[in-house]
Ligand binder design. Structure first.
Ligand SMILES: C[S@@+](CC[C@H](N)C(=O)[O-])C[C@H]1O[C@@H](n2cnc3c(N)ncnc32)[C@H](O)[C@@H]1O
Length: 327
């Protein structure tokens, strides 16, 4: 951000009453016009869904004041909506300590993260060391997350995926081909800017149930309609291969039961379109199910395929749009 930096970097989360304040101007609002803002490449990132989500939120006046993303992963949606001003404040949460540490460090300790990122060796030997390591300190976890996410096939942090380019590095795509340091520094500083200006208020490492409970405890100063959850849980089918903390089927059922029991906040859920999800969310008139179809490169594949997603929401206004079809 260099000379354009207006607001000092923030070292700690904002107190909950800051949700009532208007955010300060961004130092680098150009960044948020780019399609890729997240420093993480995330399996299941919903980049193509973001304009649809933005359109839905904009149609519901007044917009929520606080957006909470309890399965944040690469956080594409929250970063975009905060950067565009569609929502004033946001909170990220994820159960994975590597992911949560990354977002906390990018938000409130970005200078350290950027400096440490420039010092990293991007080699297969370093990849082996990071893969075998089990850091417990937040900064080390953040760096492990960034390193593995940018150097592992499809950005997969856990499990069996290998380094980009393979162990022999015989492919034209080498291990460092996704590790453009300047671009990463700009995006990390963009996250820090969201935090410094009072847009990104906090980052939590917790399970989705705890995130829901923590919101009601911490933001009792808001009307319930001013809070919205964007929930993007692990895929029903592929998740065990992609994430350490993937859901078992009982978890999908519990999440559906919580949302169907009439959560008093506004919420929007995105899922892969499968018979399981249709069965979990079918036949209830208290919310709307939308079908969205777009072209997509699946994790673990080089081919572009058509991806079918479902958006389920209790937002009351659903505008006509050629981006989706109402089920
Ligand atoms: C589909 S990904 C989210 C992708 C994200 N929307 C994006 O655009 O990058 C699902 C995330 O849920 C997290 N997760 C899995 N189980 C969880 C749980 N019980 N509570 C909270 N987060 C969980 C995983 O660590 C993963 O980051």
């Amino acid at each position: 951000m260099g000379d354009k930096q207006k607001t000092p970097l923030r070292r700690s989360p904002w107190p909950s009453q800051s949700v009532l304040d208007k955010p300060l101007p961004l130092a680098d609002d150009q960044l948020f016009r780019h399609s890729v803002i997240s420093p993480l490449r995330y399996p299941g990132a919903k980049r193509q869904l973001v304009p649809v989500i933005e359109e839905l939120i904009a149609a519901n006046i007044p917009p929520p004041r606080l957006l909470v993303e309890p399965f944040c992963g690469g956080a594409t949606t929250t970063l975009r909506l905060l950067g565009s001003g569609a929502v004033e404040h946001g909170i990220l949460a994820d159960v994975d300590p590597l992911v949560a540490s990354f977002w906390r460090t990018a938000s409130f300790d970005a200078k350290w993260l950027v400096d440490a990122m420039y010092e990293l060796d991007i080699t297969v030997e370093a990849w082996d060391k990071w893969r075998a390591s089990s850091p417990t300190a937040r900064r080390d976890r953040a760096l492990k997350c960034l390193f593995l996410n940018r150097t592992t096939f499809s950005g997969i942090l856990h499990g069996r995926a290998g380094p980009i380019g393979g162990r022999a590095q015989a492919s034209p795509y080498k291990i460092d081909c996704r590790f453009g340091r300047e671009g990463l520094a700009r995006r990390i500083n963009g996250v820090a800017d969201l935090a410094a200006t009072g847009r990104l208020l906090d980052v939590w490492q917790c399970d989705w149930r705890t995130a829901l409970a923590r919101v009601s405890k911490s933001f009792g100063n808001l009307d319930e309609a001013e809070i919205m959850f964007y929930l993007d849980p692990p895929y029903v089918e592929k998740a065990p291969w992609l994430y350490e903390w993937s859901f078992e089927s009982a978890e999908h059922t519990k999440l559906a039961a919580t949302l169907r029991s009439g959560l008093s906040y506004r919420w929007l859920l995105s899922y892969d379109d499968t018979p399981t999800v249709r069965a979990l969310y079918g036949g209830d008139s208290s919310y709307t199910t939308l079908h969205v179809s777009y072209r997509y490169t699946a994790a673990g594949s080089e081919k572009r395929t058509v991806k079918d997603e479902l958006l389920v929401t209790n937002l009351s206004t659903i505008p006509q749009s050629d981006r989706y079809r109402m089920l």
